[in-house]
Design a protein around this ligand. Structure first.
Ligand code: NAD
Length: 366
């Protein structure tokens, strides 16, 4: 088999700092017979500085050709004055759009050592491991007609919630495939009680299930009830699949059950490529954190866990992904904390590099 390929785009601010720690985990993979063909390139402000654009065409082309893209973060105050069309975030949006990444995966996983960090009771979140799959390329953020019009003597704001059957079916398939790699349960959330697009959503998810994934347990829930259940007893869920708008809200809600932004990975997946792997972009949820950039304070765990997602979902190396997650859990259990994970208890924080080294040392120790 060809060596799997990775395009690394560290980006701006703390992006390069956290990515340097991911590189160490990639090197550890090499010791387990999993070598990657790694290329690095520029995105965001760094690409603008070099090429006058937040994503060069050549970089976009590489992204379309590799097995997976791993991105750090983009943006920073230096670029706030730029025209909208060349702002760092446009580089990221171009990647998502041109790779047609329609399924956004946001895990909410609570490591036991951090259960006290949640705003919910410890027994509600300890051991939590759920996955929200948000449809990312359609729905009310894209539907037409849209805009602000004048009707009579007042203005009217309009957005349109629109989904085609094929858009619903493909994201449903992503959720069912994921469930098969996890606890085999999917809960689909919409508002079929008040929205026609919700009725269609429910019907299509059910049809895809009955036809292609009868082995997966499927349930349906109204999205507002789902929000309540997520805060009441989140451990009842395994995979949640929902549309772009509800997914935006529910994934943020679920993610924050578990604590710090520095801990949250994500993946955006598209259609399978010729080799069967999905088009894929993995990135931490956090931004470029200009307030701490260059100080060795950034938590590299979100980016390292994003790479673990790549191992699991792009490269079918669930065993290695488990080991990376276990190593993260291990260093947290040992009491290591970057500054963002320190609450009232007054521990001394470790640096970005020390956290990365400790995780790799755990991995090497086996
Ligand atoms: P941010 O996520 O960069 O930071 C929010 C807060 O969380 C800051 O106090 C920061 O120090 C802290 N934080 C974030 N990641 C951390 C980590 N790994 N370790 C420790 N602390 C961490 O969001 P922001 O401040 O609103 O935005 C800063 C810049 O990042 C802006 O230019 C914004 O547009 C951009 N941004 C980019 C992305 C992305 O690349 N996907 C996402 C969000 C924001």
């Amino acid at each position: 088999m060809a060596t799997p390929s990775l395009l690394i785009l560290p980006g701006d601010g703390i992006g390069p700092e956290v990515m340097a720690e991911v590189r160490k985990v990639i090197d550890w993979c090499g010791t387990r017979g999993l070598a990657f063909d790694v290329e690095e390139d520029l995105v965001g402000g760094a690409a603008y500085d070099a090429h006058g654009t937040p994503l060069a065409d050549a970089t976009m082309e590489k992204a379309q050709q590799v097995d997976a893209v791993l991105l750090g973060a983009v943006g920073g105050p230096k670029y706030d004055v730029l025209d909208f069309s060349v702002k760092p975030e446009r580089g990221l949006l171009r990647l998502r759009k041109e790779m047609d990444l329609y399924a956004n995966l946001r895990p909410a996983q609570c490591f036991d050592a951090l259960a006290d960090f949640s705003s919910l009771k410890k027994d509600v979140v300890a051991g939590l491991d759920i996955m929200i799959v948000r449809e990312l390329t359609s729905g009310v953020y894209f539907g037409e007609p849209r805009g602000i019009h004048t009707e009579g003597n007042e203005r009217v704001g309009i957005n349109t919630q629109r989904y085609t059957e094929s858009e619903i079916a493909r994201v449903a398939r992503s959720a069912f495939e994921l469930a098969r790699k996890r606890s085999n349960r999917v809960c689909s959330m919409e508002k079929a009680n008040v929205m026609e697009s919700g009725i269609l959503w429910r019907e299509v998810v059910q049809e895809v299930h009955d036809r292609e994934y009868p082995d997966v347990e499927l349930s349906h829930m109204y999205a507002d009830a789902g929000a309540m259940q997520l805060t009441r007893w989140p451990k009842q869920f395994d995979v949640i699949v929902t549309d772009n708008l509800f997914g935006d809200l529910l994934s943020d809600l679920a993610a924050m059950l578990t604590g710090s932004l520095g801990m949250l990975p994500s993946a955006s997946l598209g259609a399978p490529m010729a080799n069967g792997r999905p088009r894929a972009l993995y990135e931490p949820v956090h931004g470029s954190a200009p307030d701490i950039a260059g100080q060795g304070k950034a938590n590299p765990i979100a980016c390292i866990l994003s790479f673990a997602m790549a191992l699991r979902y792009s490269f079918d190396r669930g065993a290695e992904a488990d080991l990376v997650e276990k190593a993260v859990e291990g260093v947290l259990a040992d009491g290591l904390r970057t500054a963002d994970l320190i609450g009232e208890e007054g521990r001394t924080p470790v640096s970005t590099q020390e956290m990365g080294d400790a995780i790799v040392a755990k991995l090497a120790a086996g």
